[in-house]
Design a protein around this ligand. Structure first.
Ligand SMILES: Nc1ncnc2c1ncn2[C@@H]1O[C@H](COP(=O)(O)OP(=O)(O)O)[C@@H](O)[C@H]1O
Ligand SMILES: [Mg+2]
Length: 349
């Protein structure tokens, strides 16, 4: 029998999110995401990076993908289903299948709760266990999946564990729900280099060993290039370019992407970008926010052109003045932002 192509994992059509700005209050209006359209296929489990400077709309995008923020305009589909039309059962299934991971959620939990509490909570919420024994077995399995010894972690308080152990517990927590998709918003932005490597490693393992699609949100092109299959570049709420990470990085088509890549310090101009960033671990620096080099035509006709297979670039919407781009001075290095769900307990389910 002819097999119908399965729908994409995620599909966004002209998605816009505007904060504030009521009828009489256009001054406080922020277009956090502006007319974004893209598809994440499910033919193979991928790691997809959403990259952009602080304020570019990454967390808003993440929250919309998680279903915790509703777009102002546009349509979103999860495995072919319109987000707005999920019934109760489908909604619950969605909340199991699409999981955020948090950098250190113990910050948002009562410090007098033991580690066990963090793992028991989702099991209870989603009624995943038949019995106490069943629950305990699930907890032990999920800890082992992330390489933790149950007897070294259970029964302990968060402050008795290392940062790396705590982070793995968060991954274990997500795994309890057997997700299809994991969204990790800036999971390594506040950690030192060795822990960063560990976390990136565990993200790759989730993808390779468990077949989970990972959406990795970062302002750091270096780690994006290292771990992802696909990348989506955001600038001031606009998805300006997306597709295969090697194609986007080695053959950037949008002026903004080109500027980002150019603004990564290059110790040896003969080196290729990939080698340089691996060597230096440089973070991407800001551009547009503090300068005025990109004129935005928010109302303009826009579309994405597929310049080569799996490589799309925004046409229209944003024009860049090349002459003034030369005068651009990088902003300060980016900081983790307050909108990160890591520090926002309201996103914890
Ligand atoms: N709840 C909110 N209310 C008002 N403005 C918001 C809210 N969340 C985000 N914004 C604004 O939307 C823009 C994008 O923010 P965000 O999605 O957090 O970007 P990023 O995660 O890339 O730093 C910023 O200008 C931010 O100030
Ligand atoms: Mg953010």
């Amino acid at each position: 029998m002819e097999q119908q192509d399965s729908p994409p994992l995620l599909e966004l059509k002209h998605v816009t999110k505007i904060y504030g700005g009521g009828f009489l209050n256009s001054e406080n209006r922020t277009v956090a995401v502006n007319d974004a359209s893209f598809i994440i296929q499910e033919d193979q489990p991928r790691i997809v990076t959403i990259a952009g400077e602080s304020g570019s709309g990454k967390t808003t995008m993440t929250r919309m993908l998680l279903g915790s923020v509703t777009p102002t305009h546009g349509e979103m589909y999860y495995r072919g289903k319109d987000y707005r039309k999920l019934n109760r059962r489908e909604r619950r299934q969605f909340q199991l299948e699409v999981q955020p991971i948090f950098q250190d959620p113990f910050e948002s939990y009562n410090p007098f709760y033991k580690v066990d509490h963090v793992l028991h909570a989702p099991i209870k919420n989603f009624k995943l266990a038949e019995s106490k024994a069943d629950r305990d077995r699930m907890v032990v399995e999920s800890l082992q999946m992330v390489g933790l010894q149950p007897d070294e972690t259970l029964g302990r308080f968060p402050h008795q564990l290392s940062g790396g152990q705590r982070q793995r517990i968060m991954v274990a927590r997500a795994l309890l729900l057997k997700p299809r998709v994991i969204l990790a918003d800036e999971p390594v932005s506040m950690v030192d280099a060795s822990l960063r490597a560990t976390i990136l490693d565990s993200i790759q393992n989730l993808n390779r060993d468990l077949g989970i699609t990972v959406i990795y949100i970062t302002h750091d092109l270096t780690t994006a290039f290292q771990i992802s299959d696909d990348i989506l570049i955001m600038y001031r709420g606009n998805v300006v370019e997306y597709g295969d990470v090697a194609k986007v990085i080695h053959n950037p088509q949008h002026a903004y992407t080109q500027l980002l890549i150019d603004s990564i310090p290059q110790p040896d101009p003969d080196n290729r970008w990939g080698e340089i960033v691996r060597a230096t671990g440089t973070e991407m620096v800001g551009t547009g926010r503090q300068t005025d080099i990109f004129g935005i035509d928010a109302e303009g006709e826009r579309s994405y052109e597929e310049v080569e297979p799996n490589h799309f670039v925004l046409r229209g919407g944003i024009e860049m003045d090349d002459r003034r781009a030369g005068e651009h001075t990088p902003a300060e290095p980016l900081q983790p932002d307050s909108m990160n769900p890591v520090s926002n307990p309201s996103l914890l389910r």
